[in-house]
Ligand binder design. Structure first.
Ligand SMILES: [Ca+2]
Length: 409
């Protein structure tokens, strides 16, 4: 009874503050009004899931500090890590946080705006072949660039290096832009490599995100050597690039395999009011820029101001206002039993860590953690579960850190 009265009062208070639109959407973890007026979710629970707080007490440990805009993190056997710094350095981090010298042998990157050295991943057979993969903004003639992925064999030691480096992927076409490079690297259960990308932000790129003859705004799927898997959806389709797995994406900086289904989930930077979670399925069109929630960052409606269309996938969830997502991890460990099964997403813009409660493919609860990063202006760039089942985060700043969440003793 008491709960009902309190809930009733808060609903009235929210209504008085923000108008009835919010009650239609539900208050959610961020109770500020949506940026887009008059948009209606395609199904109940598609946005503003109810707040579901967890009761876990945890400590935040600084593993290491002094990284310049760290972007991607991968765990090596034995408790060490690979970490990228966006200006172009790859380093090995010892378990005690000691940083190695820069790994030598990487190709030059175009470190400008959102570009530079981005994600890093180990080959599924790393123990046998020592191969690692990294994504980056590749400089081209003039001031053009594109997302690219290279692989090489890691030579460990006091002066680490990569050898036998091959660039296995170049996004085409190249463009003059310093934004929307994506990109996360995720291996599927079958050993193929997903590369998530963006559409370079500029109008010329945006308008290609659903076109089949280019690779802007696409998630692509490759064999580890860069060749095309025979079962890619558009192999043999005239006028379509065979690398394409899915299309109509804006800028995907978070992706992970769902540990239950093995499907690729991604969280993409949307419009102002349109960050979204999708399950990237074979051959599907995720709608950008034809359909979108939210509005342009400069304030106008997107394209035709429509949020749904036949043949285009609806996001599983969206944020309005946005979080600016970067990095994600499904938590499968037992170190935090209450978090088992949760999806964690880095809030780059909100400077916090988003925890989502899932019921199968539905998002049924949302919680914001680490909200105390905000006064320090530390944006979360990557989120990973470590081999020790702790949660690891990268903070994006000129003096970025690797953080580790562990249960409070
Ligand atoms: Ca979409």
């Amino acid at each position: 009874m008491t709960f009902r009265i309190v809930a009733g009062i808060s609903a009235v208070a929210i209504c008085l503050m923000f108008g009835p639109r919010l009650l239609q959407h539900g208050a959610g973890a961020d109770p500020t009004p949506p940026n887009a007026r008059g948009q209606v979710p395609a199904f109940a629970g598609q946005t503003r899931a109810p707040v579901r707080k967890s009761s876990i007490a945890f400590d935040v440990v600084t593993v290491t500090r002094g990284l310049e805009n760290p972007w991607g993190l991968a765990f090596l056997p034995g408790g060490r890590m690979l970490v990228t710094e966006r200006p172009g350095r790859l380093r090995i981090v010892a378990a005690d946080g000691t940083l190695s010298p820069e790994v030598s042998g990487l190709p030059r990157v175009d470190a400008n705006g959102q570009g530079g050295l981005l994600d890093v991943a180990l080959d599924p057979k790393f123990a046998d072949n020592g191969l690692i993969y990294w994504s980056y903004a590749e400089p081209r003639s003039g001031s053009a660039n594109n997302t690219a992925v290279a692989r090489g064999r890691l030579l460990d030691g006091v002066a680490p290096a990569v050898e036998n480096v091959h660039v296995i992927y170049h996004q085409v076409p190249s463009m003059v832009s310093s934004a929307h490079f994506g990109s996360r690297l995720v291996f599927g259960r079958d050993g193929t490599l997903f590369i998530t990308q963006g559409e370079r932000s500029i109008r010329e790129g945006r308008m290609q995100a659903q076109l089949m003859n280019g690779l802007l705004g696409k998630i692509v799927r490759l064999n580890p050597d860069g060749s095309i898997p025979k079962d890619n959806p558009f192999v043999g389709t005239a006028g379509a690039r065979p690398e394409i797995w899915s299309r109509g994406h804006r800028n995907v900086q978070a992706a992970a395999l769902n540990p239950t289904t093995g499907e690729l989930w991604e969280v993409e930077h949307g419009t102002r009011g349109g960050d979204e979670i999708n399950i990237a399925r074979k051959g599907k069109d995720y709608g950008w820029p034809t359909i979108a929630y939210g509005i342009e960052y400069f304030g106008r409606p997107i394209t035709g101001n429509i949020t749904a269309k036949d043949g285009m996938e609806q996001p599983r969830y969206y944020w309005d206002p946005v979080i600016g997502p970067s990095g994600m991890a499904f938590y499968t460990g037992s170190l935090f039993p209450e978090w088992k099964g949760s999806l964690f997403v880095g809030g780059h813009q909100t400077e916090d860590l988003v925890r989502l409660t899932l019921d199968g493919e539905k998002i049924v609860g949302e919680e914001r953690l680490l909200t105390d990063l905000k006064p320090k202006r530390e944006k979360i760039r990557d989120v990973r579960q470590g081999p020790d089942e702790a949660l690891y985060l990268l903070t994006d700043s000129a003096a970025g850190r690797i953080l580790k969440l562990v249960p409070r003793r």
